[in-house]
Design a protein around this ligand. Structure first.
Ligand SMILES: Nc1ncnc2c1ncn2[C@@H]1O[C@H](COP(=O)(O)OP(=O)(O)OP(=O)(O)O)[C@@H](O)[C@H]1O
Ligand SMILES: Nc1ncnc2c1ncn2[C@@H]1O[C@H](COP(=O)(O)OP(=O)(O)OP(=O)(O)O)[C@@H](O)[C@H]1O
Ligand SMILES: [Mg+2]
Ligand SMILES: [Mg+2]
Lengths: 224, 224
């Protein structure tokens, strides 16, 4: 599913470059559940956004589902992303002027799903994350953990074969967090591939492979 | 320090009102370290923003440092807040076009602190949260946990006598999280009062009093 070699990503800040990624190799096979841990600033979100085709590496090669991503134009990239990938952002990235329901329907709209089916699927997944009673709230009218769950619902509504989750339980109490991890495990049990960043060792233990990043490098990978 | 009785806060969403707070009593004494826990959506951030004078209750009374807050105009409220309170937001609330340093200097600027001292104090606290090398990054050029630490530095730079922290370790790995809790404990040891919302039982255990919210009410308060 994911075949990345020697990924590099560096930001020029004045004289000192910040090497967010300094040569990361990652092979992910269909149906794997891998977790990524590492200190704050170690490059986890940068790695996830490159794997999710939301950012391009400065060096290295990346094949997604066997295709070279670096060679694609933005439109092809957006189509591959919409069809195969679900992305749960660390900062949620919800449209501020849209309701929970509209935010969750958005990826289905990109994918050309008709209105009635879109609404039903979006309401169903909002119900599964416990937010049926918050469907018409806008993000500013929700709590932190409720926003996070809308972002999770939006990532799952397209039934993605690759789910990329960045700290999906960071703003949730342990009971709500556990129900979200049950949902993610269900997605995994249906044969999909999961790459999940977390600071919580209890969440990381739910995967079958653990990758530890430090200063933009892979320090440990139990599955490679 | 804080004397709140029968606080109510409700949002009108269409026909169904959302009672974020439904009659909360909270007395907090100088030098206490209280933590607040509760399910996602139970009213923790709403309570904290009323205690921090960032939002007004719909009902109930609130005395801060012995003064009735409900009777104050916005300017007096802002002055009381800037002089006494440090607030760590769950969503960080950093100015997007300002650097880490400028964000941390902001409360000192409101307080009329001269430029040179402002800069020194802001750099010192940024160094204490481990971000001296990120002083000139803007929020979009920082990782999630780095943004959270800038928000923490901004709350501490004024040496507040009341620190209100909403999930201060939600985006941090355990090592970084522990160093932030050490910093918060130091603020407490200097005789200041702490009210801290968290989902992490390990963080909650660092306080001497635990308040549990559910559906906008106090279910349990080990200190009252
Ligand atoms: N502006 C608003 N309009 C309507 N409802 C709101 C608004 N702000 C908050 N709410 C609702 O009030 C309830 C309490 O919100 P609050 O942010 O205090 O919860 P919380 O305990 O901090 O949750 P979390 O742990 O998820 O951050 C939530 O159910 C939320 O949907
Ligand atoms: N646009 C940018 N410009 C400059 N530096 C950046 C930019 N984006 C990220 N960085 C830096 O790259 C490093 C890695 O960032 P990244 O967001 O991947 O970390 P992370 O492991 O996700 O951290 P966290 O656990 O705090 O979310 C950080 O030190 C950050 O300051
Ligand atoms: Mg991150
Ligand atoms: Mg909250």
């Amino acid at each position: 599913v994911v075949d990345a070699e020697n990924l590099g990503k560096s930001y020029r800040m004045g004289e000192v470059p910040v090497n967010a990624l300094a040569g990361v190799n990652l092979k992910l096979f269909q149906g794997e559940f891998a977790t990524v841990m590492g200190a704050s600033g170690s490059g986890k979100s940068t790695l996830l956004s490159i794997v999710g085709c939301l950012d391009r590496p400065d060096s290295g090669s990346y094949l997604l589902m066997g295709k070279r991503v670096d060679g694609m134009d933005d439109r092809d990239l957006a189509r591959v992303r919409n069809r195969n990938i679900g992305f749960i952002f660390q900062t949620f990235n919800l449209l501020p002027r849209a309701t929970s329901l509209q935010n969750v329907e958005l990826p289905l709209m990109y994918g050309g799903v008709p209105g009635k089916e879109r609404r039903q699927r979006a309401l169903a997944i909002l119900d599964r994350v416990g937010l049926a009673s918050r469907a018409h709230h806008r993000p500013s009218q929700l709590s932190g953990g409720e926003r996070q769950r809308v972002a999770i619902a939006r990532a799952l509504v397209t039934d993605p074969s690759l789910l990329l989750a960045d700290e999906p339980t960071g703003n949730l109490d342990s009971v709500t967090g556990r129900s979200i991890m049950d949902l993610i495990r269900q997605v995994h049990n249906e044969g999909n591939t999961i790459l999940l960043v977390t600071h919580d060792p209890l969440v990381a233990a739910m995967g079958s492979r653990m990758i530890r990043l430090g200063d933009g490098r892979v320090l440990e990978d139990t599955g490679s």
